[in-house]
Design a protein around this ligand. Structure first.
Ligand code: UD1
Length: 335
C-alpha cells in the first residue's frame, strides 16, 4: 500500500482528500500546523474512518520536521495543500504569502529530493488565469496574476515545471470548491466573516448573518450576477486520488483544471441553498466587488482524458451537504 504525505491535511480540501485517499486504499500521514484548521479535525477523521489517523503537528517551512517525517515513514508521494489562501490578505501581506507558499514549496521539494521522493500533487487554482474573456478556460490559456496569492500559485507551478525528468508532478487548478463530506462531520469552517459566497450563504442560513449581499446584478450573464464553476469538494478530493494514481502508474506529469464545466450564478446558488435549508434566504443587491470577473468556468475535458476525472455531484448536492454540515454544527454547539 503506497504511503502518502498530505501537507495541510487538516484543512478544508485537505481533510476531504484524506478521506478519499484512505477510501482508495492509501496509507496517509498528515502534516499540518493548524494555523487555519481546528484541532479536532483529526478526531473527526478518525471517527469517520474508524481507524487511527497519523498526524504530525508541524510546518512545511521547518526542514527538521520534514526530514524527521521522511526518515520515520517510507513516503511514496506527496499531496501538498499547506499554504495561505486569502486573496485580500495576500495584498496586505505579500511577503507572508511568498514565504509560506513559495518558500514552503521549495523547502518541501528539497526535503523530498533528499529523501528520494519525487512524486507530488500541487494545489493550484483557476486564479492563475487572471481576468479573461476566454470561457470556459482551457489549460493552455496564458497565466497572469492579479494578486500576490495568484503570483504564488503561478510561481509554484513554474518551479515544479523546472524539475528534472525523474520527477512526476500533478498540477491541479481548482475552480470554486464548495460543499461538505457526506458524513456531515467535516466541512468548511471559517472563523471570521466569510469572503466567499457559499460560506457566507451558510451563515445566513444558520441565522448568524442577516442577509447575503449580492455583488452586482449588471454583469453580462443570464441574470446579471457573477457566474462561477462550483465543484463539490468530494469531487475535488477524488481528483487528487486520480492525479496521484496517474503519477504512480505512468510516471508522467500533468496540469489539469478541476471543475465541472458548468456555470452557476449567485442567484442560482441562493435558490439552490434556500431549497436545501427549507427557507427563502434573504439577499440584497450591492455594488460589484473590486477585482471580480463576470464569468469563470473550466474546460474540464483534459482531466477526463488524462486522469479519467469527471465531477458527478450537482449544485443541489453541494448545497445539501453544506447545509447538513453547518446545521449539525449548530446542534453540536447547543449540546
Ligand atoms: C475566490 C478567490 C479565488 C479562490 C476562490 C475559492 C478572489 C478574488 N478569488 O473566487 O482565488 O480560488 O474564491 O473558492 O477572492 N459573491 C457575492 N456575495 C458574497 C460573496 C461572493 O455576491 O458575499 C459573488 C462574487 O461576486 C462571485 C461569486 O459570488 O460572483 C463567487 O465569489 P467567491 O465565492 O468569493 O469566489 P471567487 O471570487 O470566484
Amino acid at each position: 500500500m503506497a504511503k502518502i504525505l498530505l501537507t495541510g491535511g487538516a484543512g478544508y480540501i485537505g481533510s476531504h482528500t484524506y478521506l478519499a485517499l484512505v477510501e482508495a486504499g492509501f496509507d496517509v500521514v498528515i502534516l499540518d500546523n493548524f494555523s487555519n484548521a481546528k484541532l479536532d479535525v483529526p478526531n473527526r477523521l478518525q471517527n469517520i474512518v474508524g481507524d487511527s489517523v497519523t498526524v504530525v503537528n508541524g510546518d512545511v517551512l521547518d526542514r527538521g520536521v520534514l526530514d524527521a517525517l521522511f526518515a520515520d515513514h517510507k513516503i511514496d508521494g506527496v499531496v501538498h495543500f499547506a499554504a495561505l489562501k486569502a486573496v485580500g490578505e495576500s495584498v496586505e501581506k505579500p511577503l507572508d504569502y511568498m514565504h509560506t507558499n513559495v518558500g514552503g514549496l521549495l523547502n518541501l521539494l528539497a526535503a523530498m529530493d533528499a529523501a528520494g521522493v519525487r512524486r507530488i500533487v500541487f494545489s493550484s487554482s483557476a486564479t492563475v488565469y487572471g481576468d479573461t474573456d476566454v470561457q470556459p478556460i482551457p489549460e493552455d490559456h496564458p497565466r497572469t496574476y492579479t494578486s500576490p496569492y495568484a503570483f504564488t500559485k503561478i510561481a509554484g507551478e513554474q518551479i515544479l515545471e523546472q524539475l528534472t525528468d525523474d520527477w512526476a508532478v500533478g498540477i491541479l487548478r481548482y475552480f470554486n470548491p464548495v460543499g461538505a463530506h457526506k458524513s456531515a462531520m467535516i466541512g468548511e469552517d471559517p472563523s471570521d466573516i466569510p469572503n466567499n459566497l457559499v460560506p457566507y450563504i451558510a451563515k445566513v442560513a444558520t441565522g448568524d448573518l442577516e442577509q447575503l449581499g449580492v455583488f452586482g446584478d449588471d454583469y453580462e450573464t443570464p441574470d446579471g450576477t457573477g457566474v462561477r464553476d462550483y465543484i463539490h469538494v468530494e469531487d475535488l478530493a477524488d481528483g487528487h486520488v486520480l492525479s496521484l494514481k496517474s503519477l504512480i502508474e505512468t510516471g508522467n506529469s500533468h496540469t489539469v483544471n478541476l471543475g465541472t464545466g458548468e456555470g452557476s450564478s449567485v442567484l442560482d446558488m441562493v435558490r439552490s441553498y434556500s431549497k436545501a435549508c427549507g427557507r427563502e434566504l434573504p439577499y440584497q443587491i450591492k455594488p460589484r466587488r473590486d477585482g471580480d470577473v463576470a464569468v469563470l468556468t473550466a474546460r474540464p475535458e483534459k482531466a477526463k482524458v488524462e486522469l479519467g476525472f469527471e465531477a458527478t455531484r450537482s449544485l443541489a448536492d453541494m448545497c445539501r451537504s453544506s447545509w447538513a454540515w453547518v446545521s449539525g454544527q449548530i446542534r453540536n454547539d447547543r449540546d
